[in-house]
Design a protein. Structure first.
Length: 408
């Protein structure tokens, strides 16, 4: 049955691959496998507008069902892949059938990390990655007064800000010594902490949850590493993710914190590619292997793969960029900045509109911007052009990223 391109996973990367193949002129069969009962949907709104009921379930869908049909993309809902048979180039589905492929695309995404502490299994301890979890969380927000968020990364802080706007008392527990420590500079961490604190969100740093207990009324008590105990009606756990590599591993593909691919997004099997959150790939701007969890990366990799599969292979070299909307704070990142050993601030922190230029050993590696979209776009252009920006130049009076990007 089938053949052509079979795509496992219908998140941003999988859906984009399917439609980019058609846009690139691919004429053979395309099958897109989705393990949920609903049409493939956007995930970023789940932590923000969807929780505030500003967006309904139908509005989250990437495309209406008839659009898949119009593009001759076979969409299989509520279907899981159990096994890849590489020698015979087919996959075995949970329903028992087999599906042949000419080329297989693994867009398997990632799964939330779990807490391994007593009480983590209680029903009031929630996750957020899928639509059904967002629906449960939205209902909880509508019927609760106190929320504890365990994890001070993008998703945790977005939900904290949303819940705060909805009138809940919100506490964030972060195990590290600053917020979003894995992805942003200390300057941005400090600013975001100050903004959330000013809005009434309580943030505990260096705070690990050690135990969760439920009383007779269904309320929760969270014990933290300092010995303090905090109360909540429910808890959101947001402590990072891990790539879904099980299928690849069982099939004997090379994996290491992701499915390993080359610069053309090909796995150790030339008939199988991987894209999106599950893929670990060579970073075009140095010699490292990286794995990125972002809409941008999923879309850019899907487009790159579609070009390869239609006879126009080019190495994947897109500049990474990210964003996070937390109440009135719009954080945008161009490049990969966690390795920065030197920073320079452009603009005024007090105004709530500024950027942090990041350097490593004197080399410009990216910019973190707060409410400064022009700086963000200029930084992406600079990184894509491989122009040399030094810390000294960034520190000159009157320097702007927009002017530098324009060659002025």
């Amino acid at each position: 049955m089938s053949g052509g391109v079979v795509i496992v996973g219908a998140g941003q990367a999988g859906v984009q691959t399917a439609f980019s193949l058609r846009q690139a002129g691919y004429a053979d069969a395309i099958t897109l496998i989705h393990d949920e009962a609903v049409l493939p949907y956007q995930r970023p709104p789940l932590s923000k507008s969807f929780l505030k009921e500003q967006q309904d379930e139908e509005a989250l869908a990437f495309r209406h069902r008839d659009v898949y049909d119009d593009h001759q993309i076979s969409l299989l809902l509520e279907e899981r892949v159990l096994q890849i048979d590489r020698p015979n180039k087919n996959i075995r589905l949970a329903t028992g059938s087999h599906l042949a492929y000419d080329h297989l695309v693994l867009a398997c995404g990632a799964s939330n990390n779990r807490l391994s502490i007593p009480g983590a299994e209680l029903p009031q301890v929630l996750d957020l990655r899928f639509l059904d979890e967002a629906i449960t969380l939205r209902q909880a927000l509508a019927n609760a007064k106190r929320l504890i968020v365990i994890g001070g990364g993008f998703i945790g802080l977005e939900v904290a800000a949303t819940a705060n706007q909805l009138g809940l008392s919100v506490t964030v527990l972060e195990a590290a010594d600053r917020l979003m420590a894995r992805v942003v500079s200390p300057e941005i961490s400090g600013y975001v902490l100050s903004r959330h604190s000013a809005e009434g969100i309580k943030v505990h740093l260096n705070a690990m949850a050690t135990n969760i207990q439920e009383n007779k009324e269904g309320q929760l008590t969270v014990s933290i590493s300092s010995g303090e105990e905090l109360s909540a009606d429910f808890i959101l756990v947001s402590v990072g993710v891990h790539p879904n590599t099980e299928l690849a591993e069982e099939a004997g593909l090379e994996t290491d914190d992701g499915i390993l691919v080359d610069e053309f997004l090909t796995t150790s099997d030339p008939d199988i590619s991987a894209v999106g959150d599950c893929a670990r790939f060579p970073f075009a701007f140095d010699t490292s292997l990286i794995r990125l969890e972002s809409v941008q990366n999923a879309v850019d990799q899907a487009r790159c793969l579609a070009e390869k599969l239609t006879g126009n292979p080019t190495p994947f070299q897109a500049v990474p960029w990210f964003w996070s909307d937390q109440a009135d704070v719009k954080l945008q990142i161009a490049g990969l900045t966690p390795t920065a050993d030197q920073t320079h601030i452009l603009g005024d922190l007090e105004s709530g509109k500024f950027s942090v230029c990041c350097f490593n050993e004197g080399v410009f590696i990216g910019t973190e911007s707060i409410n400064s979209p022009a700086d963000h776009m200029a930084s992406r252009r600079i990184l894509a052009s491989n122009r040399t920006l030094s810390p000294t130049e960034a520190g000159k009076d009157g320097f702007t990223l927009k002017a530098f990007a324009s060659g002025q």
